[in-house]
Design a protein around this ligand. Structure first.
Ligand code: 2NE
Length: 272
């Protein structure tokens, strides 16, 4: 069956390897170092949503076109007083919705980083579950230099990843770190030669895909639960309901309701 889900995008490339279980989402604005404008974010959200809903997909690779940049953050040329705006738009920070979407998506998202992951682009790699970096990767926050900041996940997840002192350094100094430094700080999972970046990332994907999707799903939500508060609890608890719905006990309640009879839950054990 031809897969046409990747069609209709301007700022991104969306690909699925048929039969592999891997989706790849690429920001396609290399001439702007893959900075994002509102349209880019809207398209990314559509692609991530499709990959989430496609039951044949188990892992998502998130990357930038070319070797110069993963993403250089918000496109400063469309920044206005109310956020980032496409023509005739009021403007807002729709990238925050994308961050939440990646964080709550019940499948692993792997940032495949070549070149710059800076500003809002650095935050996008941080909200991904894993980061595979090429040896030419450069990481950093630029907000304080260009009159911006992300005091949400951009600060809270960073503190968790690299610790409060390093996080302060990264935000206050707004300097860049090379791949080896990022690796040492715990910002990335591994650093590989640029030439083998994609091959190594796919290797990680395949290893994940060999494992239980439900175990991975529940672990992702559990790993985020405490930090995400009520939203984290909701995500984790949603998995409990999801699993419960497949049991006879849950079905007993639904069937009795639909048949207008009294459910007989006495046949189910009260487990210790
Ligand atoms: C990324 C970096 C360090 C790359 O430097 P270099 O020397 O490799 O490339 P160059 O020449 O700076 O960039 C190539 C072209 O891309 C554009 C540049 O303006 C340039 O355009 P031309 O001169 O060829 O026309 N470009 C690159 N990044 C852009 C951007 N973010 N917006 C608009 N145009 C961009 C270097 O380019 C750099 O430092 N870029 C700026 C990084 C930055 O400050 N990003 C915004 C941070 S704030 C943010 O992302 C944010 C937030 O803080 C909170 C919420 C939402 C977003």
């Amino acid at each position: 069956v031809p897969d046409d889900s990747g069609k209709g995008f301007t700022d991104i490339i969306y690909e699925k390897t048929v039969g592999e279980g891997i989706a790849k989402i690429t920001i396609n604005r290399p001439e702007k170092r893959n900075s994002f404008r509102p349209l880019t974010v809207k398209e990314l959200m559509r692609a991530f949503s499709d990959a989430r809903d496609d039951t044949s997909i188990g892992v998502i690779i998130f990357t930038g076109k070319g070797t110069e940049a993963f993403c250089s953050g918000g496109d400063q040329s469309v920044r206005i007083k109310t956020g980032y705006a496409d023509p005739a738009d009021v403007g807002r920070l729709n990238v925050l919705d994308l961050q939440v979407q990646i964080r709550r998506l019940p499948k692993p998202v792997i940032a495949m980083v070549a070149g710059y992951a800076v500003g809002g682009g650095h935050i996008l790699h941080m909200v991904c579950d894993l980061t595979i970096a090429a040896d030419n990767a450069v990481f950093g926050q630029t907000g304080p230099k260009v009159g911006s900041f992300d005091a949400g996940y951009g600060c809270s997840i960073m503190t968790r990843l690299i610790g409060p002192k390093r996080a302060r350094e990264m935000w206050f100094m707004a300097r860049f770190y090379n791949a080896a430094e990022a690796d040492k700080m715990g910002l990335v999972n591994t650093v590989v030669p640029l030439a083998s970046l994609e091959q190594e990332t796919v290797k990680w994907c395949r290893q994940i895909l060999r494992n239980s999707p439900t175990a991975i799903r529940v672990c992702k939500s559990a790993l985020n639960a405490v930090d995400d508060g009520h939203a984290g609890l909701q995500e984790l608890a949603g998995n409990a309901t999801l699993l419960f719905y497949s049991t006879e006990e849950a079905n007993e309640g639904k069937t009795a309701y639909l048949n207008k009879t009294r459910p007989n839950f006495s046949k189910f054990p009260r487990l210790p």
